[in-house]
Design a protein around this ligand. Structure first.
Ligand SMILES: *Cc1c(COP(=O)(O)O)cnc(C)c1O
Length: 248
Protein backbone atom coordinates (compact mmCIF):
# COMPACT_ATOMS: atom_id res chain seq x y z
CA UNK A 1 0.00 0.00 0.00
CA UNK A 2 1.02 3.59 -0.48
CA UNK A 3 2.86 4.85 2.61
CA UNK A 4 1.07 7.65 4.40
CA UNK A 5 3.63 10.36 3.82
CA UNK A 6 1.30 13.34 3.49
CA UNK A 7 -2.27 14.40 4.11
CA UNK A 8 -3.29 13.42 0.59
CA UNK A 9 -1.62 10.03 0.45
CA UNK A 10 -3.67 6.87 0.76
CA UNK A 11 -6.54 5.38 -1.16
CA UNK A 12 -9.35 7.47 -2.63
CA UNK A 13 -11.61 6.30 0.20
CA UNK A 14 -9.03 7.41 2.79
CA UNK A 15 -8.50 10.79 1.11
CA UNK A 16 -12.25 11.41 0.99
CA UNK A 17 -12.51 10.48 4.68
CA UNK A 18 -9.66 12.86 5.57
CA UNK A 19 -11.23 15.71 3.59
CA UNK A 20 -14.63 15.09 5.17
CA UNK A 21 -13.05 15.11 8.63
CA UNK A 22 -11.48 18.53 7.91
CA UNK A 23 -14.82 19.91 6.78
CA UNK A 24 -16.69 18.38 9.71
CA UNK A 25 -14.20 19.87 12.18
CA UNK A 26 -14.50 23.28 10.52
CA UNK A 27 -18.30 23.03 10.56
CA UNK A 28 -18.31 22.09 14.21
CA UNK A 29 -16.24 25.14 15.16
CA UNK A 30 -18.88 27.46 13.72
CA UNK A 31 -22.00 25.42 14.45
CA UNK A 32 -22.78 24.36 10.89
CA UNK A 33 -24.01 20.98 9.73
CA UNK A 34 -21.50 19.15 7.55
CA UNK A 35 -24.34 18.18 5.22
CA UNK A 36 -24.69 21.86 4.28
CA UNK A 37 -21.34 21.74 2.45
CA UNK A 38 -21.10 19.98 -0.92
CA UNK A 39 -17.65 18.68 -1.78
CA UNK A 40 -16.68 19.09 -5.42
CA UNK A 41 -13.72 16.94 -6.44
CA UNK A 42 -11.66 18.93 -8.94
CA UNK A 43 -10.24 16.30 -11.28
CA UNK A 44 -8.26 18.42 -13.74
CA UNK A 45 -5.19 16.61 -15.14
CA UNK A 46 -6.37 13.31 -13.63
CA UNK A 47 -7.76 10.57 -15.84
CA UNK A 48 -11.27 9.14 -15.78
CA UNK A 49 -10.26 6.14 -13.65
CA UNK A 50 -9.05 8.45 -10.88
CA UNK A 51 -12.22 10.53 -11.17
CA UNK A 52 -14.41 7.42 -11.10
CA UNK A 53 -12.62 6.28 -7.93
CA UNK A 54 -13.48 9.56 -6.19
CA UNK A 55 -17.11 9.32 -7.34
CA UNK A 56 -17.26 5.75 -6.07
CA UNK A 57 -15.72 6.87 -2.77
CA UNK A 58 -18.78 9.05 -2.21
CA UNK A 59 -17.99 12.38 -3.91
CA UNK A 60 -20.27 12.50 -6.98
CA UNK A 61 -19.76 16.20 -7.68
CA UNK A 62 -16.83 16.64 -10.06
CA UNK A 63 -15.31 19.93 -11.23
CA UNK A 64 -13.13 20.56 -14.24
CA UNK A 65 -11.49 23.78 -15.36
CA UNK A 66 -11.48 23.05 -19.12
CA UNK A 67 -14.52 22.34 -21.22
CA UNK A 68 -12.79 19.78 -23.46
CA UNK A 69 -11.45 17.84 -20.49
CA UNK A 70 -14.85 17.89 -18.82
CA UNK A 71 -16.64 16.66 -21.94
CA UNK A 72 -14.08 13.90 -22.53
CA UNK A 73 -14.54 12.63 -18.99
CA UNK A 74 -18.33 12.86 -19.04
CA UNK A 75 -18.51 9.91 -21.40
CA UNK A 76 -16.07 7.87 -19.32
CA UNK A 77 -17.23 8.46 -15.74
CA UNK A 78 -20.62 7.33 -14.48
CA UNK A 79 -22.71 8.68 -11.65
CA UNK A 80 -21.12 12.13 -11.52
CA UNK A 81 -22.63 15.63 -11.37
CA UNK A 82 -20.47 18.04 -13.36
CA UNK A 83 -19.20 21.52 -12.57
CA UNK A 84 -17.17 23.84 -14.79
CA UNK A 85 -14.91 25.82 -12.46
CA UNK A 86 -12.54 27.35 -15.04
CA UNK A 87 -12.89 30.26 -17.44
CA UNK A 88 -15.43 29.75 -20.23
CA UNK A 89 -14.94 31.14 -23.72
CA UNK A 90 -18.10 32.13 -25.54
CA UNK A 91 -17.35 29.79 -28.43
CA UNK A 92 -17.32 26.85 -25.99
CA UNK A 93 -20.72 27.65 -24.53
CA UNK A 94 -22.42 25.19 -26.85
CA UNK A 95 -20.23 22.38 -25.48
CA UNK A 96 -21.52 23.02 -21.96
CA UNK A 97 -25.18 23.92 -22.40
CA UNK A 98 -27.45 20.90 -22.42
CA UNK A 99 -24.80 18.69 -20.82
CA UNK A 100 -25.92 19.04 -17.20
CA UNK A 101 -23.05 21.23 -16.09
CA UNK A 102 -23.21 23.89 -13.36
CA UNK A 103 -21.05 26.77 -14.62
CA UNK A 104 -19.17 28.45 -11.74
CA UNK A 105 -17.44 31.02 -13.94
CA UNK A 106 -20.09 33.38 -15.30
CA UNK A 107 -18.10 36.63 -15.24
CA UNK A 108 -19.47 38.91 -17.98
CA UNK A 109 -22.65 39.93 -19.74
CA UNK A 110 -21.55 38.68 -23.14
CA UNK A 111 -21.09 35.19 -21.70
CA UNK A 112 -24.50 35.36 -20.01
CA UNK A 113 -26.03 36.32 -23.36
CA UNK A 114 -24.52 33.42 -25.25
CA UNK A 115 -25.27 30.89 -22.52
CA UNK A 116 -28.91 31.92 -22.47
CA UNK A 117 -29.14 31.84 -26.27
CA UNK A 118 -27.60 28.37 -26.47
CA UNK A 119 -29.85 27.20 -23.68
CA UNK A 120 -32.86 28.50 -25.56
CA UNK A 121 -31.74 26.54 -28.64
CA UNK A 122 -31.38 23.40 -26.50
CA UNK A 123 -34.66 24.08 -24.69
CA UNK A 124 -33.00 23.95 -21.27
CA UNK A 125 -32.23 26.35 -18.44
CA UNK A 126 -28.49 26.76 -17.87
CA UNK A 127 -27.50 26.96 -14.21
CA UNK A 128 -24.64 29.28 -13.26
CA UNK A 129 -22.77 30.96 -10.44
CA UNK A 130 -21.33 34.42 -10.92
CA UNK A 131 -17.58 34.44 -10.37
CA UNK A 132 -16.33 37.47 -8.46
CA UNK A 133 -12.70 38.54 -8.21
CA UNK A 134 -13.07 39.77 -4.64
CA UNK A 135 -9.28 39.90 -4.18
CA UNK A 136 -8.81 42.09 -7.27
CA UNK A 137 -6.10 39.67 -8.41
CA UNK A 138 -5.23 40.29 -12.08
CA UNK A 139 -4.28 36.61 -12.38
CA UNK A 140 -7.77 35.45 -11.41
CA UNK A 141 -11.00 35.47 -13.36
CA UNK A 142 -14.27 36.97 -12.27
CA UNK A 143 -16.08 40.26 -12.43
CA UNK A 144 -15.19 43.05 -10.04
CA UNK A 145 -16.91 43.06 -6.69
CA UNK A 146 -18.72 46.32 -7.36
CA UNK A 147 -20.11 44.91 -10.62
CA UNK A 148 -21.26 41.59 -9.20
CA UNK A 149 -24.80 42.52 -8.23
CA UNK A 150 -25.37 44.23 -11.57
CA UNK A 151 -24.20 41.10 -13.37
CA UNK A 152 -26.46 38.91 -11.25
CA UNK A 153 -29.37 41.25 -11.95
CA UNK A 154 -28.64 41.18 -15.68
CA UNK A 155 -28.12 37.42 -15.97
CA UNK A 156 -31.12 36.36 -13.93
CA UNK A 157 -33.38 38.36 -16.25
CA UNK A 158 -32.28 36.25 -19.22
CA UNK A 159 -34.95 33.65 -19.89
CA UNK A 160 -32.77 30.54 -20.06
CA UNK A 161 -30.23 31.30 -17.39
CA UNK A 162 -30.57 30.59 -13.67
CA UNK A 163 -28.13 32.30 -11.30
CA UNK A 164 -27.86 30.28 -8.11
CA UNK A 165 -24.94 31.81 -6.26
CA UNK A 166 -21.45 33.28 -6.31
CA UNK A 167 -17.96 31.82 -6.69
CA UNK A 168 -14.47 33.12 -6.01
CA UNK A 169 -10.81 32.13 -6.14
CA UNK A 170 -8.78 34.21 -3.67
CA UNK A 171 -5.29 35.50 -4.53
CA UNK A 172 -2.43 33.09 -3.84
CA UNK A 173 -1.14 33.66 -0.31
CA UNK A 174 2.40 34.94 0.19
CA UNK A 175 5.07 32.34 1.02
CA UNK A 176 4.97 33.07 4.74
CA UNK A 177 1.21 33.56 4.95
CA UNK A 178 -1.23 31.06 6.40
CA UNK A 179 -3.53 30.20 3.49
CA UNK A 180 -6.67 30.18 5.63
CA UNK A 181 -5.88 33.53 7.26
CA UNK A 182 -5.04 35.07 3.88
CA UNK A 183 -8.25 33.84 2.25
CA UNK A 184 -10.65 34.64 5.09
CA UNK A 185 -11.32 38.32 4.27
CA UNK A 186 -11.96 37.44 0.62
CA UNK A 187 -14.42 34.72 1.58
CA UNK A 188 -16.11 37.11 4.00
CA UNK A 189 -16.42 39.66 1.19
CA UNK A 190 -18.04 37.09 -1.11
CA UNK A 191 -20.43 36.13 1.64
CA UNK A 192 -21.51 39.74 2.14
CA UNK A 193 -22.17 40.06 -1.59
CA UNK A 194 -24.17 36.83 -1.56
CA UNK A 195 -26.19 38.01 1.43
CA UNK A 196 -27.01 41.23 -0.37
CA UNK A 197 -27.94 39.37 -3.55
CA UNK A 198 -30.04 36.83 -1.69
CA UNK A 199 -31.93 39.63 0.03
CA UNK A 200 -33.12 40.73 -3.40
CA UNK A 201 -33.26 37.38 -5.20
CA UNK A 202 -33.86 34.38 -2.93
CA UNK A 203 -32.51 31.88 -5.49
CA UNK A 204 -28.97 33.25 -5.11
CA UNK A 205 -27.94 30.86 -2.34
CA UNK A 206 -24.65 29.20 -3.14
CA UNK A 207 -21.15 30.22 -2.11
CA UNK A 208 -18.56 28.24 -4.10
CA UNK A 209 -15.29 28.92 -2.29
CA UNK A 210 -12.48 27.05 -0.58
CA UNK A 211 -9.81 24.77 -2.01
CA UNK A 212 -7.37 22.32 -0.44
CA UNK A 213 -5.30 24.95 1.38
CA UNK A 214 -8.10 27.19 2.63
CA UNK A 215 -11.20 25.04 3.02
CA UNK A 216 -11.47 25.73 6.77
CA UNK A 217 -11.76 29.49 6.24
CA UNK A 218 -14.31 28.92 3.48
CA UNK A 219 -16.47 26.72 5.66
CA UNK A 220 -16.33 29.20 8.53
CA UNK A 221 -17.49 31.95 6.14
CA UNK A 222 -20.43 29.90 4.92
CA UNK A 223 -19.26 28.01 1.81
CA UNK A 224 -21.97 25.74 0.44
CA UNK A 225 -19.65 24.21 -2.18
CA UNK A 226 -15.93 23.62 -1.67
CA UNK A 227 -13.66 22.68 -4.56
CA UNK A 228 -11.01 20.15 -3.58
CA UNK A 229 -8.38 18.99 -6.05
CA UNK A 230 -5.15 18.03 -4.33
CA UNK A 231 -6.82 16.87 -1.12
CA UNK A 232 -8.77 14.22 -3.03
CA UNK A 233 -6.64 13.41 -6.06
CA UNK A 234 -3.10 14.11 -4.86
CA UNK A 235 -0.62 16.22 -6.81
CA UNK A 236 -1.66 17.24 -10.31
CA UNK A 237 -0.06 16.07 -13.55
CA UNK A 238 1.67 18.48 -15.91
CA UNK A 239 -1.26 19.23 -18.21
CA UNK A 240 -4.86 18.49 -19.05
CA UNK A 241 -5.87 14.87 -19.37
CA UNK A 242 -6.65 13.86 -22.95
CA UNK A 243 -7.97 10.58 -24.24
CA UNK A 244 -5.34 8.62 -26.15
CA UNK A 245 -5.60 9.04 -29.92
CA UNK A 246 -8.24 11.77 -30.22
CA UNK A 247 -9.97 14.77 -28.77
CA UNK A 248 -13.02 13.07 -27.35
C1 LIG B 1 -7.67 23.46 -9.42
C2 LIG B 1 -8.81 24.21 -8.84
C3 LIG B 1 -9.29 23.90 -7.57
C4 LIG B 1 -8.67 22.85 -6.66
O1 LIG B 1 -7.43 23.27 -6.19
P1 LIG B 1 -6.67 22.50 -5.00
O2 LIG B 1 -5.84 23.54 -4.37
O3 LIG B 1 -5.86 21.42 -5.64
O4 LIG B 1 -7.70 21.95 -4.08
C5 LIG B 1 -10.39 24.61 -7.12
N1 LIG B 1 -10.98 25.57 -7.87
C6 LIG B 1 -10.54 25.88 -9.10
C7 LIG B 1 -11.23 26.94 -9.87
C8 LIG B 1 -9.44 25.21 -9.63
O5 LIG B 1 -9.01 25.54 -10.85
Amino acid sequence: MTPTTSAHAGTPVERVATARARIEAACERVGRRASSVVIIGVGKTHGPEAVQAIVDAGVPDIGENRVDELRAKQGRVSGAHWHLVGRLQRNKARDVVGHHVLVHSLDRRSLADVLSRRAQDADVVQRALVQVNVGEDPAKGGCEADEALELVAYARELPHLSVEGLMTIPPLPGPSDDANDAAQPHFAALRRLRDEARGRWPEVVHLSMGMTADVEAAVSEGATMVRLGTALFGPRGSGPWRPAGGNR
